[in-house]
Design a binder for this molecule. Sequence first.
Ligand code: OGA
Ligand code: NI
Length: 335
Amino acid sequence: MEVERVQAIASMFTAKDGIPAEFVRSENERPGITTFQGPVPDVPTIDLRDPDREKIIREIADASQEWGIFQVVNHGIPDDIIRKLQDVGKEFFGLPQEEKEEYAIKPESDTLEGYGTKLQKDMEGKKAWVDFFFHNIWPLSRINHNVWPKNPPAYREANEEYAKYMQNVVDDLLSSLSLGLGLEAGVLKDAVGGDDLEFLLKINYYPPCPRPDLALGVVAHTDMSAITVLVPNEISGLQVFKDDIWFDVKYIPNALIVHIGDQTEILSNGKYKSVLHRTTVNKEKTRMSWPVFCSPPAEMVVGPLTQLVDDQNPPKFKTKKYKDYQYCKLNKLPQ
Ligand code: OGA
Ligand code: NI
């Protein structure tokens, strides 16, 4: 069965045509109606090179508690490493459709890796205005280079370099998050698998959409990961739900956007919030983003950290293997 790529659909429609009905969201989801109009708060931006370590830890903990999302600058990943990651991703999506299809995720396969478009419609019977590519970038034992794009030729090196720098950033964030809970620096990282923590890269490709007021890219969700570290291109579109309103996250060149995911919310027994977010699309421009989902290995058992639980603070979440959490969430079963 041929899968219809959003990129191909987008090339056939103009504002005059509108968009296919299966992309028109119900009114309670439409960004044109539900995006807050007026002054909105800024997601906190944290400078990781601040000499005051205590201050960084406090800012990260506060942002994770109140928002579940923050941006970081001076994070140590050189600008040109980010630019190369973005250039090769853009080049891949610019390849002829037949060439991209060589990497298509096979419906019968049990792997998440490869080129894809959400096949099934969601609960509302609607489709998302986005194509994507998934592949693991860390640890080495989880990398399958056969599923990575071979074209452009620089793809592999650009992604390997990015993954190398990303490890330091993630270690640093996890240790600050751990200290922010009043625990020793290494506790949180150990709880998500230590050096077996897995980095899954996703490239989101949101083609221009003639009716951005009616469609959504990724629909409202929280990430299953422990944390997600994302770089967007310069087109804004990420929206966060806070205090009952949806609003745009501001684009800051070369900043990384850090999402607290479900596993960190669980481990912190609800102190840190897994952020509800979604994406809108743009009328003229292609939006792209590169989230790295940092998740425990499948067999890792995750639950509220025992150090944070006592008679006054009973566990708010079940303890289970990450793969069981994933299964329930993907199949919309209760946790
Ligand atoms: C996601 C996601 C946000 C973005 O893919 O899980 O939330 O900015 N993407 O593209
Ligand atoms: Ni997400």
